[in-house]
Structure formats: C-alpha cells, structure tokens
Design a protein around this ligand. Structure first.
Ligand SMILES: Cc1ncc(COP(=O)(O)O)c(C=O)c1O
Length: 479
C-alpha cells in the first residue's frame, strides 16, 4: 500500500539518533519513571554521549504503539484548554479539482497543533513532577506550546532551542516567562542539552513528537476532523518526527479504515520516507528548509511503531512547491501558514496527489508561525516559482534613451518593474552597450512569456533566468 517516492540511501549516524524508553504496558507512566528506565536500558548505545536511554519516554528496542483509547482520553482531558479549530471548505477546490477542506490548527493560541500533545503530557504529570517542572527541546512550535500550557497550568518550563530556531518562535517562548536556553547548532544538540539538564535538575523531559502522550494528544485533531467533515477520502498530514502522523493515523483508521492517510515531508528532511524505505527509523541528512518545523533527522520510535502500518502513502515535496503553497494560502485563503503547515497543499499543487481528483481531501494546516521576513521571502519565491516574478538580462544601447526605451517596452504590456541594475564595465560586446538586469512582476506565467517574446523580438541579447528560451522568436533586431 505504501508508495515511496525517494530512492536516495539514508545515512546512518548514531550521534543523531533519537530515542526513548517506556514501560510498554503502561504508556502513561513513562514520563514518571526515568530512573527505572535508565537502568533498564543502560546498555543501549554505550558509546554515544547522547544516550538514547536518557530519554525516558521511549525505548528504541521496545517502542510503544499509541492506542485509540489514549487519544480519546487525551481529547477529553485537553478539551477545556484547546481551541476546536474550524475545518472549512477551501476556495482552492476548483483550482485543484479536489473537494478540499482545511483544518485550521494554526488558529490555536500559539499558532500550532503542538498544544494538543503538550497540554495532555503536562496534565498527566504527577503533582511532584509538576512542581519540579518540565524541559523540552524544540525548533519552536513544541517549545511555544509547552511554554504556554506550562504558564496556564503553573508548571515551570525550560526550553532549549537551537540557534537556528526562528526569531518569532524564540520571542514567543520568552513572553510566557519560560526559561529559554538558546544552545545547540541543531535539534540533535539542543535535545542532548535538554536531556542532560533534565537529569541534573529533575525536570521531566517532554519529547515533542515521540512521547506517547504527545502522540495521543496530536491524534485529537483527527477526532475533531471526523466530526466536522463527512465522507472524507483522505487526510493529508505534515510530517516531521511523525507524532502528528501517528496520532492521526490511529484515530482515523480506528474509526474509518477506508480513509487514506497521506504523510507529507519536504525533500530536505524526508525522514519518515527514509524510515519507510529502511523499514525502521534511520538518521537522515537534513538541509535548511522552508518547512523548518519538519526538520527532524530521524522519526520517533514510538511514532514509527504506531504509524508504520497505517500510513497509505508518503509524499516528498520540493521546496519551490512549499513556497507556492504559502503564496496560494495567503492569496486565495487569506491564511498565513508556515512552510510545515503548507506541505499538504504543496503536494497537491505539484500534482503528487492526483489520484484524489474529484475526491474529498482534508489538509491539516498545522502551523502558522512564520517570521515576517521569511514570509516575504517565501512569497517572492512563490511568485518566482509561479513564473510571476521574472528576472532577465537585456543588452541595450548605451546612448541616451536606451534604458528608458527598455522600461517603456516593458510597461507597454502592463508589466511592473521591481528592480533595475545596469552595468557597463563587464559588457564585452561593445562600449556603446549596457547590460540591464531587470526584475519584473507579471500577472501570470503567460504574461511572462509575452514579455519574453516582446523583448526577444526587440533586442538581440536577452536572457531570462526562470523562463524557457523561445526558439521560435526571431531576433533580427538592432541591439
Ligand atoms: C507546523 C508543524 N507541522 C507539522 C509538524 C510535524 O509534527 P511531527 O513532528 O509530530 O511529525 C510540526 C512539528 O514541529 C510543526 O511544527
């Protein structure tokens, strides 16, 4: 049933591994029993200073399957503190040929679904554990969720955020009076620091995607979706460490096994797809991605164990489609969604889910926390990927009026110039020419092609960066 789209080999780096340790028969006890778990798993991964056994919520050798009952229990407990977010029909149904519904969980207080699991895990702490406090390592959304619900539940919170975490997410955590430690170059390092601190200070470490209660909490989103939308054919789930995917898959397949569960990752951090390929969690090299919330090098063991047999398909999307999806969300839905939250739409726009044309598909818009500057860049990239922001180099006459004529020609078809740079020193053809680099905004791709043809008919040397060359156009012109 599972379709894989990537063929790259995963690399296996022990130092990047993520792991947990749990009482298999009693998931709710797992975060209260570090000492037992540690000794139980003391033989694991001896060589690494980041010992897997130090995260008490998981045991890679005995991973846990989260059950439907835990998800319903989580739903009941977190209900008063979580927003039942709308799941509404998308304006993009016509555009995509699918009956799309959007579960808008970016409307949670801290802008992501992560509050569900965070609240549940904290509600399940013993009084003693609550007093000592919790610690999490996160690139942002889990950290914000833990900080916010810790604040509401009066539980002291420490979060370790890698230095690459988005500024906006760091700032938000500070606003909830949490102890924010910015350390570690990536999640692996941040987690190592958090686990060490948990040990030293007696905090409870809450893994953001693999703690069984986190997975159960994330699954509650599916219970809401199934109440909000009838006759669903597929649910598309952004996937990082796999906690959301696992929780959703259990809830949905228990209630209606006919509904397809589709996980989506960025091509830059396809760790669940790699796990599917290797039939176990493996460490996967990750690169900078617009979907920063999904940048997890290895899926969680509990998440994997829970989700592996329930996921129908994994899709890996290209970065440019994520940018286009963010743009479409802003333009057509008036929703600001971060890259991680937009991957589902990206997969549809890229034609990777065409088998659902004419079907009813729910996209989980899992988060909306995006820095304004990054949003600006995403929108520009989206416009460029869409062929609506084009860049060209045109060599024109350096006599008076040469550049102004170029600008007039461009504006004659309603194209707007965003930027112009001209240079003389490096033009090799003749001293009476100048090379002009122009960035233009057009209505759509066809409009861009019209611009290209117009310029190629008028000038000899024209080069567009992001449009194909039009060989049919004659270039018998003067410049
Ligand atoms: C906005 C957003 N969407 C999706 C995910 C993926 O969730 P998981 O790590 O449980 O797979 C994350 C994880 O942080 C996220 O922040």
């Amino acid at each position: 049933m599972v379709q894989l789209k990537l063929t790259d080999e995963a690399t296996n780096r022990d130092d990047m591994r993520d792991g947990f340790c749990c009482d298999r028969n009693n998931p709710h006890s797992c975060c209260h029993r570090e000492e037992d778990s540690r000794s139980h798993h003391s033989n694991l991964h001896k060589s690494s200073d980041w010992k897997l056994a130090d995260d008490p919520s998981c045991n890679p050798e005995h991973p846990l399957k989260v059950t439907f009952e835990e998800i319903t229990s989580a739903a009941y407990r977190i209900k008063p503190g979580i927003v039942n977010t709308p799941c509404t029909r998308s304006h993009m149904s016509g555009l995509t040929g699918m009956d799309i519904y959007l579960k808008k969980d970016f409307l949670q207080n801290t802008g992501s679904f992560k509050e569900r699991g965070a609240r549940y895990a904290m509600l399940m702490l013993s009084q003693e554990r609550r007093q000592k406090g919790v610690i999490a390592a996160s690139l942002g959304n889990h950290a914000q969720a833990v900080c916010y619900h810790g604040h509401l539940l009066k539980i002291p919170v420490t979060v370790v955020m890698p230095i690459i975490a988005p500024i906006m997410k760091i700032q938000k955590c500070k606003e909830f009076n949490a102890n924010v430690i910015m350390e570690g170059k990536d999640m692996a390092e941040a987690r190592k620091i958090a686990i060490k601190l948990a040990k030293e200070k007696g905090f409870t470490y809450i893994n953001g995607y693999d703690h069984p209660q986190i997975i159960a909490g994330q699954g509650t989103i599916a219970l809401e979706i199934l109440e909000q939308v009838q006759d669903i054919d597929a649910i598309v789930v952004p996937t990082g460490g796999g906690g959301l995917l696992a929780g959703v898959a259990v809830a949905v397949k228990t209630l209606n096994p006919e509904i397809k569960i589709i996980g989506v990752e960025s091509e830059r951090c396809a760790s669940f797809t790699m796990a599917m390929k290797s039939e176990r969690p493996v460490s996967t090299p990750i690169e900078g991605t617009l979907a920063d919330g999904l940048a997890v090098p290895m899926v969680g063991y509990n998440a994997w164990e829970t989700a592996k047999s329930l996921v129908d398909k994994m899709v890996v999307v290209k970065e440019e489609w994520i940018a286009v999806a963010i743009l479409r969300m802003v333009e057509l839905e008036k929703c600001v969604v971060e890259g991680a939250g937009a991957v589902g739409l990206a997969a549809i726009l890229a034609g990777q889910l065409d088998e659902f044309k004419g079907k009813r598909v729910v996209l989980i818009l899992s988060g909306g926390n995006i820095d304004t500057t990054i949003l600006g860049r995403c929108l520009e990239r989206g416009l460029a990927a869409d062929g609506r922001l084009v860049k060209c180099k045109v060599t024109v006459s350096d006599r008076p009026g040469g550049i102004s004529e170029l600008c007039k020609i461009i504006s004659s078809i309603g194209v707007s110039i965003k930027d112009v740079i001209h240079e003389r020193a490096w033009v090799t053809s003749d001293v009476f020419s100048v090379e002009v680099k122009v960035v233009c905004e057009t209505r759509d791709y066809t409009h861009s092609l019209e611009l290209r043809d117009l310029l190629m008919n008028r000038y000899k040397k024209v080069k567009f960066d992001n449009l194909p060359e039009n060989l049919a156009v004659s270039s018998t012109n003067e410049n």
